[in-house]
Design a protein around this ligand. Sequence first.
Ligand code: SF4
Ligand code: FES
Length: 270
Amino acid sequence: MKIKVAIKRYVPEINKEGFEIFEIDYEEGMTVLDALLKIKENFDSTLAFRYSCRMGICGSCGMIINDKPDLACHTQVKEVAKKGVIKVEPIPNLLLIKDLVPDFTSIFENYKKIKPYLIRKDEKEQENPTREYTQTPDELLEYLQFSYCIQCGLCISSCPVSSSDEFFFQPLVLAQAYRFSADKRDEGVLERLNAVTKDHGVFNCHFAGGCSMACPKGVDPALAIQMLKRLVLKKSLGLLKERKGREVVPPYPEGPNRDKIPKAPPKTVE
Ligand code: SF4
Ligand code: FES
């Protein structure tokens, strides 16, 4: 069976964009990423797109497939080839580098501002850890789902604020700001909240909720953003104090509940 793949191309050198249609042989189990690779190998080696893991983990292959945001490696051609045709476009609301490759520079810049890592006062211990930071299972659940984000950027494609404000802290960035602020091992919540309340920050979110509908990993960035707003309000009312992160404790080398876990094999490389 033959299928047609209509790909939105962008050639930066001449600032030209438009659809190009390729016809390929369908193979059982073919994903949209497989189709793109086939086109690149057999028809046009200049076709540009990102991919790495091919299993929905790295977040590289986010694109718009038949008008819906999805991961190309996670989308079966059989399910989306309506009347034998698939339309593929790059993620909107970001600058475009080439063809299906959006520019993530603005995301990385915003990430730097929210410090997406545990901030601890004791930097010496953090740099050269001798012990473990502990947390209870309930504390883990407070942020767990937000830690499943693979930074694919698809939530940006469905965010009306991102479409009209290029400087907006994108949904995935705000979700990670909440993820680390909700972590009881972190001591940097006030610092992080300062970053997200500046212009183009958390209160520019209209709560349209498109980000959560778009997410292929079931993350709910819209919820994280509303929880982040709540933290900001608590801070402005003086109800949120500097947090003392969870104590570090010695690791349990032979803990009572670990006796069934086999020992690590010997190192093969020193
Ligand atoms: S929140 Fe979901 S859609 Fe947004 S970057 Fe993370 S995994 Fe992708
Ligand atoms: S190639 Fe890694 S998520 Fe698709």
